[in-house]
Design a protein around this ligand. Sequence first.
Ligand code: AMP
Length: 532
Amino acid sequence: MMDFPLTLNVILRRAETIHACREVVTHRSDGSWHRYGYADMARRARQLAVALAKLGVSSGDRVATICWNHYAHLETYFGVPCSGGVLHTINPRLHADDLVHILTEAEDRVLIIDDTLLPVLERIGERVSLEHIIVVTSDGNVPAGMLDYDALIDATDATGYEFPELEESQAAAMCYTSGTTGRPKGVLYSHRAIVVHTLGSALASAIGIQEADAILPVVPMFHVNAWGLPFTCAMMGSKLVLPGRHLDSESLLQAFEQERVTISAGVPTIWIPLLDKLNECEGKYDLSALHSLIVGGSAAPRSLMEELEKRHNIRLVHAWGMTETTPLGTVAMLRPGQETLDEDQQYAVRLRQGHPVPFVEIRARGEAGIVPWDGKTMGELEVRGPWIAGAYYKRPDAADRFTSDGWFRTGDIVTIEPGGSMKIEDRSKDLIKSGGEWISSIDLENAIMSHPAVTEAAVIAIPDAKWTERPLAVVVVREGQSVSAEAISRHLETKVAKWWIPELFEFVEEIPKTATGKFQKTALRKQFAEGR
Ligand code: AMP
């Protein structure tokens, strides 16, 4: 057989030739709609590649983006990696210190940023050295010293330019994961990993994407490549509907109706208010084209699945993945024979995190080694496969997340049923997932404990209807001193991202500890979180 490299260039060539006129539709920040075909996208991706080369970007260089989901961001998804660069998508919600850390560690040379996200740059000020900042605007207004994205593309002649032939093992993109203590860790995706993930996630037993679909990724393009959907749509030729910054339920429902969206994807905190809105204005939107909402990032509640399906005839598909897994790992679906299960049993199957998609292998390790697939014994989930990270970028200190026999340790505590359906029972770390984003309880505790009147602080997650989880801080005040929740919140404003600041504080005499002197969070959860 031919030694044919699996690179994004092959996907782009296909999109340009086979799916030339299939549409990419963007809801722009000024409210207008932008439309073009994949051939236009590919042409502009080439212009971007030439423009970046003129700015001094060469093979292997990192180009960062801080952008919502829109056509220019899609052009960077192909223009940067197909010319040999590495696309570094950055989450604008990170704390300034983390932004500085990742921009510095990744040594990003160029940043492409939305005009509406420029305040993110103001937060980090002069603390990073970027050679060029390119701004995506809807009105052509660009701050002095920065370049206008559209003007740059329009002024670039890419006639005759061909993307180079690349090695499939070459890095195409990178994304940082927050989620553990300390600084976010980088994951570098190879061309091969993304291509094989693209094939795998299009399968009917995964997300099931066809050319006739119209797909709206609500999941941001800065979060694990919007679950790979932009690549999958380009390969399959599905219409891609990009919501820009219009992520409120009403805008999404309007976009679903207007663009005849068939599949959308997002975290539970997107679908919960969307369901409320649907209930509120039943019959207002024609969603007859919409057949599936993919949900992942945190566990989907049954009420969400049941109500969307019974009341609005919209199927919710539960999937699991991580930044380190590109991200699709497992999908929960009824298998042949399970249609005869009763309703409760069917929901139970579909609310698990599900079966690994082809080429992803799973196992779980308990204290006594690999646990049996009995649906009862818990262990930490380990995964391997062609799109699972084999290391973190420049982080030899995190080598313990990979086993000596080549599996990635996820940190999720799971049970696995006979037949391979996985369920997350708990997290090995005590992270808080708020609005689809991680809050590190330890970082937050340290920030609270940096207040002079606080001696001890432990943070636990409490369920929250809007954000899935929010932090609750349990605080011990230094003897002879007093401090209010408001004063701690004000103190935190300078230490952590705004959305990390807990709304709830409990003041206690003492925090229960484990034998090794760690905060006993199980006890705190029992006391403060259970039943909320
Ligand atoms: P991230 O790397 O930010 O995408 O976060 C990955 C983590 O999110 C996983 O390790 C899980 O703990 C959690 N997660 C992702 N999908 C699900 C899901 N369907 N149910 C429960 N937790 C999930």
